[in-house]
Write a protein that binds this ligand. Structure first.
Ligand SMILES: Cc1cc2nc3c(=O)[nH]c(=O)nc-3n(C[C@H](O)[C@H](O)[C@H](O)COP(=O)(O)O)c2cc1C
Length: 158
């Protein structure tokens, strides 16, 4: 297989940009991800691929639940704040305010909408493991266009 073509082709796959949060080990974690999609209507399932060894992966594996934050096209810098390792206290994750939901997930203040999931299964294959989440709560906060990877200069694929 040609490495350059493989990279070019795999980067043509369209993806969104999301911030995933979870609480475990007495602290909160947040990470920007792009490998996420819906895979079932009944029950509503979402899969997200999380990097093995990352803070967010360890947290989701431990807490068995997580929140997905959809961002607006104006929130690229918000997403960029969650590329780095998580720093959190009782009020902030990576400098962004949050509140804990009834389900125990940290919900950031400013996203367009939020989806909360419980973990049904984790498929351990490759350098990112696939977390199968069942949607248990949703909120629409603002109706506007959501951020996609193609709105940015970022790549994650290949
Ligand atoms: C454009 C872009 C997309 C990313 N998508 C994912 C992803 O889908 N899954 C993932 O696990 N990490 C993804 N990352 C990496 C995480 O954002 C980042 O490595 C992680 O939050 C750092 O946490 P750690 O220090 O705990 O490893 C992406 C990074 C970039 C720059």
């Amino acid at each position: 297989m040609n490495e350059t073509t493989k990279k070019q082709t795999l980067r043509m796959i369209e993806n969104g940009v999301f911030v995933i949060t979870a609480k475990a080990f007495n602290r909160c974690f947040g990470s920007t991800v792009t490998w996420l999609t819906q895979t079932s209507f009944k029950p509503p399932l979402i899969i997200v691929a999380l990097k093995v060894g990352s803070g967010i992966y360890s947290a989701v594996k431990e807490s068995r639940c997580f929140a997905i934050h959809l961002l607006s096209t104006e929130q690229e810098s918000f997403a960029a704040d969650f590329f780095k390792s998580s720093e959190s206290d009782d009020f902030l994750i990576n400098g962004h305010p949050y509140k804990l939901s009834e389900k125990g997930n940290p919900l950031l203040d400013d996203p367009v909408s939020i989806i909360e999931c419980t973990v049904n299964k984790i498929i351990e294959d490759g350098d990112h493991h696939i977390v199968v989440g069942e949607v248990v709560n949703t909120q629409v906060k603002v109706k506007t266009s959501v951020l996609s990877l193609r709105d940015t200069s970022w790549t994650y694929g290949g």
